[in-house]
Write a protein that binds this ligand. Structure first.
Ligand code: AMP
Length: 448
């Protein structure tokens, strides 16, 4: 018999909100984390994006807020730190969904790239939940706007990523300002290295919960395509993007410049494409994500950092145009598809001289990526080391099942089907900004 949310001792305001959100059953990470957090244990949870980890820490945190705080003051009762602005906004949005039957609940997102005014106004009244990126939270703390004396729960979401982004000093300063008797909930893809040491320091006899990485695998079909060079890669990409089964796709590039360049090229080729990267002012980033959510953008070309909080169930395809710099980013990237129980297709391009990077990812995953070719578009250059030939499959004209991730040359003719409308709401704006000399780069905010 499977357990329901009410078996986890969640109270009715949350249960009705979950039913309204269409959640029928807790996911494995929720099954394990919610009872332990409700019992006031500290947690160290390793779970991937897409596993339902946000609800795993928000639900027990919100349940505390059904009762009034016993402490006076107006400071936050819970703080969630996230590495990126988009993830912070996503987490607060989820808190509003789960807390919709708690009309007294007040939450705010404190992230860079947005005006201080609204954030200061929110902080001037009693606040229950703050979701923040470390940099902007520190700005408010320096101005004496945050009193942590009421804080009951501190959550670090994607803690490993926050450390990768250089937030260790900020995190230590923030934690030092919180009460020692707080509950600490840590979520991270790994506990190796610095993040493990930090976890030891921050937690008190934590319960360790490890949700197997394999959990998501059945839902995402993965393909690895080798190519000779960037021209060959672009030909493969154009072919793939004509696939009629693409609802929406996220394409990952290694650099911000490449994300812009590729989005421009695709847009010129008739795709409703736009880019998303950390140097774009927050307003553009929000608009672009909204356009994606509303289906006004079919193809989003993004860098790793900017794409971390994207939770759009209609993304059917993830394309790794460039390989990720770190092996674990592969998992985060492909987790943008196959969300909310749907299936997805993740296609990874690797140039023939990049096999070492591919092996690194495969070692991290502890499995091989299924290598494939497209008929008539196979790589001609040889790889220098032994090829990863096992399990190699070739697409041919009979494999006409785009839903299964197969393409054939028949799809190629269907240019209009894959291209969507020529609609790129932010592009003109962006072009104007760069021409008028406004800074494209706001690198001091890029991390927040
Ligand atoms: P997360 O891993 O927190 O980013 O969640 C991934 C997606 O799963 C989000 O779209 C959530 O709204 C959705 N989700 C989380 N928990 C459940 C659940 N128990 N049932 C159905 N969908 C869920």
């Amino acid at each position: 018999m499977s357990l329901s949310f009410s078996d986890l001792k969640l109270q009715s305001p949350l249960l009705t909100a979950l039913a309204a959100a269409g959640y029928e059953q807790p996911t494995p990470v929720q099954l394990e984390s919610i009872p332990a957090a409700l019992a006031n244990h500290d947690l160290m949870v390793s779970a991937q994006t897409g596993s339902g980890k946000t609800a795993a820490f928000l639900l027990p945190t919100l349940q505390r807020m059904i009762k009034r705080s016993e402490k006076p003051g107006k400071g936050p009762r819970a703080l969630v730190l996230t590495p990126t602005r988009e993830l912070a906004q996503q987490v607060e949005k989820n808190a509003q969904i789960y807390g919709k039957n708690m009309p007294w609940l007040r939450s705010v997102t404190l992230v860079g790239g947005t005006s201080f005014g609204q954030q200061i106004r929110a902080l001037s009244r009693p606040i229950d939940l703050i979701v923040a990126t470390p940099g902007r939270l520190m700005d408010h703390m320096r101005q004496g706007r945050i009193d942590f004396s009421r804080l009951e729960v501190l959550t670090l979401d994607e803690a490993d990523r926050m450390l990768d982004m250089g937030f260790i000093d900020d995190i230590e300063t923030i934690v030092a300002a919180t009460p020692a008797e707080r509950q600490t909930l840590l979520f991270s893809a790994t506990w190796d290295g610095m993040v493990g040491k930090l976890a030891q320091k921050l937690t008190n006899q934590p319960e360790k919960i490890d949700i197997a990485r394999e959990e998501k695998q059945g839902k995402i079909d993965e393909h690895l395509l080798y190519c000779d060079d960037s021209r060959h890669k672009n030909r493969l990409l154009d072919f793939i993007l004509r696939d009629t089964s693409i609802d929406q796709a996220v394409i990952f590039t290694a650099t911000k410049a490449m994300s812009e360049q590729l989005a421009d090229r695709l847009y010129e080729n008739g795709f409703s494409a736009n880019c998303l990267h950390g140097d774009m002012p927050q307003g553009w980033r929000n608009r672009t994500l909204m356009d994606l959510r509303k289906g006004r953008i079919k193809i989003l070309v993004a860098t790793d950092v900017a794409a971390r909080g994207i939770d759009v169930p209609t993304i059917t395809h993830v394309i790794n145009y460039d390989l990720p710099k770190q092996a674990e980013d592969y998992v985060h990237r492909i987790g943008r598809t196959g969300r909310a129980g749907r299936t997805g297709l993740a296609i990874t391009f690797a140039e023939v001289n990049e096999y070492v990077k591919v092996h690194k990812i495969e070692r991290y995953l502890n499995r091989k990526l299924p290598e494939q070719t497209i008929d008539g578009m196979e790589p001609t250059r040889k790889r220098v080391s032994k090829p990863t030939g096992r399990g190699r499959r070739s697409f041919n004209n009979n494999s006409n099942n785009p839903k299964n991730g197969n393409w054939n040359n028949g799809n190629r003719r269907n240019n209009s089907a894959g291209s969507g409308q020529k609609h790129r709401p932010n592009q003109q704006n962006q072009a104007n900004r760069s021409r008028s000399g406004s800074p494209r780069s706001v690198s001091s905010q890029a991390k927040h």
